[in-house]
Design a protein around this ligand. Structure first.
Ligand SMILES: NC(=O)c1ccc[n+]([C@@H]2O[C@H](COP(=O)([O-])OP(=O)(O)OC[C@H]3O[C@@H](n4cnc5c(N)ncnc54)[C@H](O)[C@@H]3O)[C@@H](O)[C@H]2O)c1
Length: 498
């Protein structure tokens, strides 16, 4: 079914599409990537090949009801892999077909005992095409064991399908008592980031550091990182630790946020709209917040997901108290997503003071005040989640964006400094730093700069708002109690700040 709501004041009409789990926005007019469409047509494909032009692939993105992974997973490991039983448990639950690389042969009894369905895989080119490569490096305690990594990836990377996944699992170096072990675990980062650059074909490569004792917390991360939900994410390092607050497994993984109340700021359009849609798809009741001026768009988004509307300027002095009152009136909230943000670009020498102040206030200080008030009052419940939207500008810096980059780097600082404190209240705090995402914000960038921003990443294209929203939903899940203080980029491995 296709719905065409009337044009909203100041906004483009949004084309909506329904499926069995709700209504989802398609890309907004004027924000599509014409080059991507063209090179994926028969004529464009031929032309791109003949002229040696880059050919970005159409990314596989999650559709409700899809399996986590739709092809074989090859497992390998170095040293005495410590995570095999935990990996086996998750692969069994998600129904993944798992094959063992020959280097795991001696560990097959361990894996089988844990219920892992291991079959053999031929490294001689006769083996099946693979959807994912998973290497358990947790047992590696010296760099002299690195041949196992070389052998596994050398054998298998050519068999990996487009839009495939690579996951390396290790131990957080900072928690390793043995310096040799810390060294080799840290070295995994260089391997994973370089592989991500080499593999291309929209293959995402991630490194998951799992703290000893946190093995039971990996399920939500495996479900996310191996699936099409992580379509535009690559070369990221994620840390899974001991659970913050109550750890829980959703009764229904298709709707992990069922019964949860989720506040999304800046929800009237762009990334915020998509976050609201994905949260609703995951089962949440969504409170859609935006400025009073954004009311038409806000109403349309809230209506499409049966959510509620909150018109508020988050930078107003009384905003924290208003939010506390609104949350307590609803019996408390479970998740807060700080998505609202603004840019007011000028070089610092040409910047008027109000441009500096408004950006820092909206993007950073308001979030700090709101978090403090919601947590101190208990309006954000124990077991709650706060997810912030940073930016790669906050990691790499950007010409004409000193105010914006200051505020977005500050968001990262806030996550890192406040996460341990909020953990005492059973609340996690994480951030997603998007790269170039196709929204009205980026549609306003001059053509040449926009094209550069789109192509300068390992996937040669911009991301969609859904890509950011899926990562936020992963952090927001009640099953993600082991994720705290993480900042991940959703940027297709952008060259900027890499
Ligand atoms: N689009 C990108 O490529 C990109 C890249 C990196 C980071 N981001 C970040 O992602 C977030 C969303 O970006 P977008 O592209 O969807 O932007 P957008 O401008 O389309 O949407 C931002 C929303 O926030 C709302 N907002 C702004 N100030 C507010 C305030 N004081 N109170 C309440 N609501 C307010 C706006 O009304 C708007 O609806 C922002 O934080 C942005 O900095 C975007």
């Amino acid at each position: 079914m296709t719905l065409e709501p009337g044009p909203c004041k100041g906004l483009q009409p949004i084309r909506m599409q329904s499926n069995e789990h709700g209504i989802f926005p398609l890309q907004q007019p004027g924000m599509n990537d014409g080059y991507l469409d063209f090179v994926n047509s028969p004529l464009g494909n031929w032309l791109a090949k003949s002229l040696g032009l880059p050919k970005p692939l159409v990314l596989e993105r999650y559709r409700a009801g899809q399996p986590v992974i739709d092809g074989p997973v090859l497992l390998g490991g170095g040293g005495a892999p410590e995570l095999l039983p935990a990996l086996a448990r998750v692969f069994k639950i998600i129904g993944a077909q798992t094959l063992a690389h020959s280097q795991l042969r001696q560990w097959t009894p361990v894996a089988n005992q844990a219920g892992l369905m291991t079959g053999a895989w031929g490294a001689d080119g006769t083996g099946e095409k693979l959807k994912a490569l998973v290497f358990d490096a947790t047992g590696m305690d010296d760099s002299t064991q690195s041949d196992a990594l070389y052998q596994f990836f050398h054998d298998s990377v050519r068999s990996l399908k487009a839009c495939g996944r690579v996951l390396i699992v290790g131990r957080p170096p900072e928690a390793c008592k043995n310096p040799r072990k810390a060294t080799v675990q840290r070295a995994l980062e260089g391997l994973s980031r370089s592989l991500a650059k080499e593999l291309k074909r929209a293959i995402g490569v991630q490194l998951l550091y799992v703290t000893e004792g946190a093995e039971e917390q990996i399920e939500s991360s495996l479900r996310f990182l191996l699936s099409p939900r992580a379509a535009y994410m690559s070369a990221q390092v994620v840390r899974v630790g001991l659970p913050v607050g109550p750890a829980s497994t959703p009764a229904d993984w298709a709707q992990p946020l069922a019964g949860k109340k989720v506040l999304v700021t800046g929800a009237s359009r762009g990334i915020g709209e998509s976050i609201a849609q994905v949260m609703a798809r995951e089962g949440a009741s969504v409170i859609c917040l935006d400025m009073p001026q954004a009311q038409p768009g806000l109403d349309a988004v809230a209506h499409s997901i049966a959510g509620s509307v909150l018109e508020l300027d988050i930078s107003a002095a009384d905003a924290p108290q208003q939010l506390v009152d609104a949350a307590l009136a609803q019996g408390g909230w479970d998740v807060v997503v700080h998505n609202a943000g603004i840019t007011r670009d000028k070089t610092l020498a040409n910047m008027k003071p109000h441009l500096w102040q408004s950006v820092v206030n909206v993007n950073l200080s308001a979030q700090e005040r709101i978090n403090d008030a919601l947590v101190a009052s208990g309006a954000l419940k124990s077991g709650g989640r706060i997810v912030c939207v940073s930016s790669i500008s906050g990691i790499a810096g950007n010409m004409g964006q000193t105010n914006y980059a200051f505020s977005k780097a500050g968001v990262i600082g806030m996550v890192q400094s406040m996460a341990p404190l909020f953990a005492e209240k059973g609340i996690t705090l994480n951030a997603v730093a998007p790269g170039f995402i196709e929204t009205q914000m980026t549609a306003a960038i001059p053509f040449a700069l926009r094209e550069a921003g789109r192509r300068m990443n390992a996937m040669s294209q911009g991301g969609l708002p859904q890509d950011v929203a899926e990562a936020i939903a992963w952090f927001a899940s009640p099953a993600s109690a082991g994720l705290n203080g993480n900042v991940v980029r959703v940027c297709g491995q952008s060259l900027i700040g890499a």
